[in-house]
Design a protein around this ligand. Sequence first.
Ligand code: HEM
Length: 447
Amino acid sequence: MLSELILSESFHTMLLGMALALLALYVKSHKTQLPPTPGLALPVLGHLYRLEKNPRKQFLEWGKKFGPLVSLYMGNQLAIVIYGYDAIKEAFVKNADVFSDRPKTFLTQMLGKDRGFVTSGTHWREQRKVTIEILRELGLGSNVMEEKVQTEVTLLVKAIDDLHGEPFDPRPVTMLSISNIIAALMFGTDFRHSDSKMAACARLIGDQISLIESAAVLNFLPFLRHLPGDIFGFYKVLNLAESLEQGLIKEQIGIHKANNQTSHDFVSGYLNKMAEQTDGVNSDINEENLTAVVSNLFAAGTETTSTTLTWSLLYLLHHPEVTERCYSEIVTHIGKDRRATFNDRHKARYIVATVMEIQRFASIAPFSLQHTASRDIMFRDYVIPKGTIIMPCLDSVHFSEEIWGDPHNFRPDRFLDDSGQVIKREELIPFSIGQYSCFVYDKRRSN
Ligand code: HEM
């Protein structure tokens, strides 16, 4: 009787049905899984205990082993690292509506206070739109901006010249030059290297950025916030941010308001936008956000640009053959009697290629800035829950053998074709991609 049943057609159909149901269940459960993790997540610590002091290489190895998506627990907070150009583009461009919020962490809440750029949704959109509008009106990327840069270049070269060949740390001088340019753009005032207030502000910004790195652990291990003293430098960061806002930005806003006349700078532009607000319309264009936006621009612009300049000096020192070719391009196409201008980029193609290679090789923002998922989403067959921190690994793009062939060689020629024309590679993404990407990089201007 049993053997008859086993041999019967209906029994086989039933078995097949059960197998299909099991398979469907397996596929479904796989599809609701998180991306792979690099090992056991401990209670409280998550994977933090596994991170090396400088985890950049470690992250790349995890990407090669488990990518393109890797889950990590930073304490109890889930973070997903995205590897490779295709996956990063798919997240930040194709699924921009889901992956474009900024996480609300302890540090962003305490420092950003829901103001300026460190926000999401309509608030962030409004601040970004107004900021870009004002900067365009001021001529970001135009001759007006270039004049300010040229003035600073002259001062920077003189400051280095005055050292008469003595060894020096280029960070403080470049930080000061960049913050002078941003200050000129923001306040219209000509701050100078000798201006001790601006020098103090440049130092504040530098200190703030390095302290934020060590204080970031407080985001993920909340109990550490209750330890006595200021082991992670958090209160120092808070005080530095406060000094910058009170000692420079609010003071300048006050001076602009008291003068009651429009000058050609960012603060005037924003105050004008505030005055244009129609009564009753819900808007966050106000003085608090002006203060925060100016502070964000100083912090985001100074550190990044000065770090890039510092790497540039180092690479040019280590690659004299590249320096020599850049110099001979200047002599041939620009001459020795004047400084190079932005317009010369069409002639100085090797220099343009060298800047691109510096940005690829330095890859100064290896994980860009953190984003967060605004809702649950199925992405590349994995589930990404709402609130997950999203970290694009830009190193995985800039050091991809598939894309560059020999990514670990410093070789500006990779950005030139056989006829010496500059090749724009979409995979060069130091400013990240998508609607949250760094807005100083404007594709229309870079042509
Ligand atoms: C070499 C120089 C620079 C590099 C490599 C760089 C890189 C980046 C990156 C990777 C992001 C994060 C994008 C994202 O979250 O998807 C970013 C955002 C940002 N950058 Fe830059 N940046 C540079 C210079 C500047 C300068 C000079 C300024 C302003 C004066 C600036 C202002 C900002 C702002 C405000 C954001 C936040 C954008 C937003 O949230 O909408 N950056 N930058």
